[in-house]
Design a protein around this ligand. Structure first.
Ligand code: BES
Ligand code: ZN
Ligand code: ZN
Length: 486
């Protein structure tokens, strides 16, 4: 979509359709030209309600408040109502809450996230006539905002939403077409296009040499080779080294501990952590953030076959710890164990893994929320505060001394499942913590995105299917850290 800024008042700008947010049912606002008609039409400006008036060509959208995520949802609702019409140009004014930069970004993010549709496999694609969105510099409460602030934040929002939509595309692509080799191709393409981004791709031989036997075990029954993909973004002005590790299971059948048919459906989304890590580094480089960022993707599928790894196998991970496998469906943590060990060779100031790790996390928090797990409660609090305005939802899940005892094995250093059926999201975190070195324990965050990464039904500005979970959250986190460092 093309964006333009005009200094004229909203109502004076020429465009084929205008969007008016009706905040908290306030129909007496200066931009509402059709109050009587709206009343006749039964429009009550409830949250999510939209109404297009014929004569004035204004689309009224009900919004609860000026809160940035309410605005995101509103502009997503607006674009959904308009995208299949004949209108080629749309105008909108500004709605500022506290932070002007955030307010502009929220509107653009809502448009770009709301218009997304995964169409690759549809023989008939949507025809979108809308080509141009015009911002008026006029503001809801007559506040002033500079043209450069508007421009900069439109650009930032486009980078952030392009990355989110890239992650959505990767997650939605079916397992026969998106494999570890697709991750390799996408990662190399991204690194070639971006200054300061390099990419190393490692194959089975490397994994063997590095004794990454947990990762290799998961790959055993797959006809497609595993890939460890290591992208690095190194700007000159780096103030911190942040390392992302992403679970890239391009399909999870459960292995020999086979998933029931209905739970297997949608396991193409088990690559969401790696998709997010790839999208984050791309956007971070485009935003020129002052951090050295690494994204390490562990890509393979968890298949079945004669040579599949088995419950009862004991694996020696890269860090030499032995793991008794009791369930081959707890495979993500095995891939992460070795990738986390590898990641720590690069001395992170902050180590964040992202994974669709447990169904238990979805049971605990619901579908829309990411579980945040780690030893450092201050870091967790700080992370949650800084990601708040991304619109992505988080909730902390704390370790405790009793849960810590549940991933023990009698014959190996640890077991890949808990001895209890309860608290599975946290005990998965406990398992991972076996692979975090002492010096990194306070710098490590585990994000379980099993809920929000993929949903059967649309929510807010997210469509049914992949949502791009983790991408905006981490970009907002990094942008917020960068702002403070200035
Ligand atoms: N990929 C799944 C977790 C998952 C479940 C993601 C639902 C998204 C939606 C993971 O590999 C898995 O199968 N975990 C098992 C762990 C269990 C065997 C301890 C689970 O959650 O059931
Ligand atoms: Zn699994
Ligand atoms: Zn999995």
């Amino acid at each position: 979509m093309k964006y333009k800024i005009e200094k004229e008042n909203f109502l004076d700008i020429k465009a084929e359709v205008g969007v008016v947010f009706v905040i908290d049912k306030n129909l007496e606002h200066k931009w509402v030209c059709d109050a009587k008609k709206l009343e006749k039409l039964g429009f009550q400006a409830g949250d999510g309600e939209v109404c297009l008036t014929q004569k004035s060509k204004l689309l009224y959208v009900g919004v609860n408040s000026l809160d940035s995520d309410d605005i995101r949802v509103a502009s997503s609702n607006a674009i959904k109502a308009i995208k299949n019409t004949k209108f080629k140009s749309l105008k909108i004014a500004l709605y500022l809450d506290e932070c002007p930069a955030l307010a502009v970004r929220s509107i653009v993010e809502g448009f770009e996230l709301g218009i997304y549709k995964f169409e690759k496999y549809l023989s008939k694609k949507d025809k979108i006539n809308l080509k141009e969105i015009i911002f008026s510099t006029e503001e809801y409460n007559d506040k002033n905002i500079s043209q450069t602030t508007i421009e900069n934040n439109i650009n930032k929002a486009l980078i952030i939403t392009n990355a989110t939509n890239l992650a959505r595309d990767i997650v939605n692509t079916p397992p026969q077409d998106y494999t570890s080799l697709s991750f390799e191709k996408d990662a190399l393409e991204i690194s070639e296009k971006l200054e300061n981004v390099t990419c190393k791709v490692y194959d089975e031989e490397f994994l063997k040499k590095e004794n990454m036997n947990a990762f290799l075990a998961v790959n055993k029954a797959s006809p497609i080779p595993p890939r460890l993909i290591h992208l690095t973004y190194k700007p000159k002005n780096s103030i911190k080294r942040v390392i992302y590790v992403g679970k890239g299971l391009t399909y999870d059948t459960g292995g020999l501990s086979l998933k029931p048919s209905s739970s297997m459906v949608s396991m193409k989304a088990d690559k969401s952590g790696a998709a997010a890590a790839l999208a984050i580094i791309k956007a971070a480089a485009e935003l020129k953030l002052p951090f050295e960022i690494h994204s390490i993707l562990g890509a393979t599928e968890n298949a079945i076959g004669g040579d599949a790894y088995k419950p009862d196998d004991i694996l020696i991970a890269r860090n030499k710890k032995s793991i008794e496998v009791k369930n081959t469906d707890a495979e993500g943590r095995l891939v992460l164990a070795d990738c986390l060990s590898y990641a720590q060779d690069f001395k992170p100031d902050l180590l964040i893994d992202m994974a669709t790790l447990t169904g238990a996390c979805v049971v605990a928090l619901g579908e829309y929320t990411t579980g945040v797990i780690g030893f450092n409660h201050d870091l967790i609090n700080d992370f949650e505060n800084r990601v708040k305005y991304s619109g992505e939802l988080t909730n902390p899940l704390r370790f405790n001394k009793y849960l810590k005892t549940l991933v023990k094995s009698n014959i190996a250093d640890t077991c890949n499942i808990s001895s209890s059926r309860y608290g599975g999201a946290i005990t998965a975190g406990v398992f991972l913590s076996n692979f975090i070195e002492e010096e990194n324990k306070q710098n490590w965050l585990h994000l379980d995105i099993a809920g929000p990464a993929f949903t059967d039904n649309a929510w807010g500005y997210n469509p049914a299917g992949g949502s791009g979970a983790g991408v905006r959250m981490n970009l907002y986190y990094l942008m917020n850290l960068a702002k403070e460092a200035k």
